[in-house]
Design a protein around this ligand. Structure first.
Ligand code: MTE
Ligand code: MO
Length: 435
């Protein structure tokens, strides 16, 4: 699926042409070493430029074809700076520094609008107090397996190259389309509504088996169904279509918003106002379907319409219109390349089947029998569960595999498929060496 544009034809062409150039320069009467060196230096510069450009084209291709990691820089980023600095002239560095400072000030101005705290919640049946503090005795190294993903560690996926300009003075969420009452809600209007809190695991369709694009947070806000009730959905509407300040769009079946699940307009994440990188001032969070069809950050519009009226950003690019999250599991401990000692070792990880619930997680070693793992408490069907297993390891090389069974009775298929068009399947497998 990934493009592997090889630079070799281009490199060969540049080398051949500069060689011809140097040759003809050398044969000309009155040529000095400079006339030979010039095409050689030229070719080196050309080569470097070509490679940098190819690398960028490749990156752009990935960005355009897969929901990819966010490129919006959260202020000063040293690696980014060094990359820029070493590949540009002094003039560009000066301009770059000025631009970065300007961008930092812009981000600071946006973030200055984020309130220090949010109003208390009235409905926390599945709540922060219970779960943020929730510790699972997986007995692995501290911090390795957390039920709630801290905001700073939460994955970031979006198409934004920089954060959209959020201005709370003018920002409104407009709910329109096939509704009786068009709603226009300011940030204060949303703060004034009764606040609810739910623990929901969100994940990205482009998460490879064993990948990092998944996180569990306690979201605060209001239920989408309550907003839609106020707006009064009319006729035979089909789609909840939403648009962000930066023009990104997505859509999911209206039924998903009304079937009783806790789809939310969220303004808080893990007890804090939504961070800018996760969608301040407000975003959607819908249990059970992938982020690319539902989780609009920096939201400004919800349009109730028909499928034929509008298509979300990723749909014409080949991703599925309907995208329920696939039941999956991941091995987190032992980590990749972690050295193990013979004897008892903890194997642990996460498993998810949002809005269906995880029933059972099994591991097996070296294609042996499947072993039932111990699971963290069943707090909600909309979030992942942590699992662990005590393994009496013998010296040598071993292969660990995991599979989850959800509450519908479905056990994860072994069949490996790519992330496109609607999420990867297969068992996460980790090879380890035991001393
Ligand atoms: N405005 C906007 N919202 C967006 C996206 C985007 O590109 N732009 N990407 C979506 C995708 S593909 C995912 S998986 C989730 C990720 O949310 P997070 O970055 O807070 O983890 O945001 C969704 N919301
Ligand atoms: Mo995504």
């Amino acid at each position: 699926m990934r493009s592997n544009k090889t630079p070799s034809p281009l490199v060969a062409a540049i080398v051949i042409f500069s060689f011809l150039g140097a040759l003809s320069a050398a044969e000309r009467t009155g040529s000095t070493w400079v006339s030979i060196a010039a095409p050689c230096i030229g070719s080196l510069v050309g080569l470097a430029t070509a490679l940098v450009m190819l690398w960028q084209i490749n990156n752009q291709w990935l960005l355009k074809h897969f929901p990819s990691e966010s490129h919006a820089p959260l202020g000063w980023d040293r690696r980014r700076f060094i990359r820029t600095a070493s590949s540009a002239s002094v003039g560009a560095v000066v301009l770059g520094t000025l631009a970065q400072n300007g961008e930092q000030q812009r981000i600071d101005r946006i973030e200055a609008q984020i309130p220090d705290s949010l109003p208390p919640t009235i409905d926390s049946s599945n709540s922060y107090e219970d779960e943020y503090e929730y510790e699972y005795e997986a007995d692995v190294a501290p911090g390795e397996l957390l039920y709630i993903t801290p905001n700073d560690d939460f994955y970031r996926i979006d198409t934004a190259l920089s954060f959209p300009n959020v201005n709370l003075d003018t920002w409104k969420l407009r709910i329109h389309g096939m509704v009786n009452n068009v709603l226009e809600l300011s940030y204060q209007d949303i703060l004034d509504m009764p606040q609810v809190e739910r623990t929901i695991t969100i994940c990205c369709v482009s998460n490879e088996i064993g990948g990092p694009y998944i996180g569990n947070a306690v979201w605060q806000g209001v239920f989408l169904k309550d907003l839609l009730e106020r707006a009064g959905v009319t006729g035979d509407a089909e789609q909840v279509f939403s648009r962000s300040i930066d023009g990104w769009t997505c859509g999911f079946p209206l039924e998903v918003a009304l079937d009783g699940r806790d789809a939310m307009l969220a303004i808080g994440m893990n007890g804090e106002p939504l961070p800018l990188e996760h969608g301040f001032p407000a975003r959607l969070i819908v249990p059970g379907i992938y982020g690319y069809v539902s989780a609009t950050k920096w939201i400004k519009e919800i349009e109730i319409n028909k499928w034929s009226d509008a298509m979300g950003y990723w749909i014409p690019l080949g991703w599925a219109r309907d995208a329920p999250i696939k039941t999956q599991s991941r091995i987190d401990v032992p980590r990749k390349n972690q050295e193990l000692q013979a004897g008892m070792n903890k194997i642990a990880g996460v498993a998810w089947a949002q809005h269906t619930g995880v029933e059972k997680v099994e591991v097996r070693i070296d294609n042996g029998d499947w072993n039932i793992t111990e699971l963290s408490d069943d707090l909600t069907d909309d979030a992942w569960r942590l699992w662990s297993y005590e393994w009496n390891a013998t010296s040598g090389k071993h292969t660990i595999q995991v599979r989850a069974t959800d509450k519908s009775g479905y056990t994860q298929t072994e069949v490996v498929t790519s992330v496109a068009p609607d999420g990867a399947t297969g068992w996460h497998t980790r090879k380890v060496v035991v001393a």
